[in-house]
Design a protein around this ligand. Structure first.
Ligand code: PGA
Length: 234
């Protein structure tokens, strides 16, 4: 199975720079015939519609950085699964620590996001850290029990994202990653598990040797550093 390389841009880039990034990264993937990596781009929502065409004709897939825990309706500022129809969005990040920290997202809300995205055919990338790994798994089980008919469709990718590693330049030690992935697989035996937090060209290969992919913030922003990271991953 190809390894996931998921580029989380957070609130960076505009339409022009995003199109340029896709053009350059896709050219690299095509020219080097890279089949071992699955590159997924999570741009700001405002860029999704404008990038659909570029994405369709590229090897890159599209994710959102968040999805509403509510459905269609009067929820100013929210973007729900239905709002994404027709936009080539295949994945959504759910419960990133920045969402939990700055926007007060709870385990329960994140669990609802995972279920709603799954129901809409969007694969959730559920972010967890050790302090709330168990409570998040419990909230998700409770939510799945309320939707038993969808049980088989709910197979999130789990991203182990230790808070202190995000944006710090200090990625987690490999032993810690191995340890936590083991715990994650006990709770989510069918899920691919990826790692995120200060992944760069120098450490990506180590993380990919123990995980099914990586979630990359800072090192995904510039095409130069991202392509270096892809080279490091091969
Ligand atoms: P970083 O961000 O690669 O800049 O540490 C990772 C993330 O927030 O998922």
């Amino acid at each position: 199975m190809p390894k996931f390389i998921i580029a989380n841009w957070k609130s960076n880039h505009n339409l022009e720079s995003a199109r340029e990034w896709i053009r350059i990264v896709d050219k690299y993937l095509v020219e080097n015939n890279i089949a071992d990596l699955k590159v997924v781009l999570a741009p700001p929502n405002s860029l999704l519609a404008g990038l659909s065409e570029e994405i369709q004709s590229s090897k890159i897939e599209l994710a959102t950085q968040n999805i509403s825990h509510l459905g269609l309706g009067s929820f100013t500022g929210e973007v729900c699964a239905k709002n994404l129809e027709g936009l080539e969005v295949k994945y959504t990040i759910a419960g990133h620590s920045e969402r939990r920290r700055f926007f007060g997202e709870t385990d329960q809300e994140v669990a609802v996001k995972v279920v709603l995205a799954s129901k809409a055919g969007i694969v959730p990338i559920l972010c967890v850290d050790e302090p709330y790994l168990n409570s998040q798994a419990q909230s998700l089980s409770a939510q799945v029990e309320k939707n038993p008919q969808n049980q088989n469709d709910i197979k999130p990718i789990i991203a182990y994202e230790p808070l202190e590693a995000i944006g710090s330049g200090k990625g987690a030690g490999i032993d810690n990653v191995i340890d936590v992935i083991k715990k994650i697989l006990e709770l989510f035996p069918q899920s691919p598990v990826i790692y995120g937090g200060s992944v760069d060209k120098n450490n990506v290969k180590d993380y990919l040797s123990v995980a099914d992919g990586v979630l990359v913030g800072g090192a995904s922003l510039e095409t130069y550093s991202f392509i270096e990271l892809l080279k490091g991953a091969l």
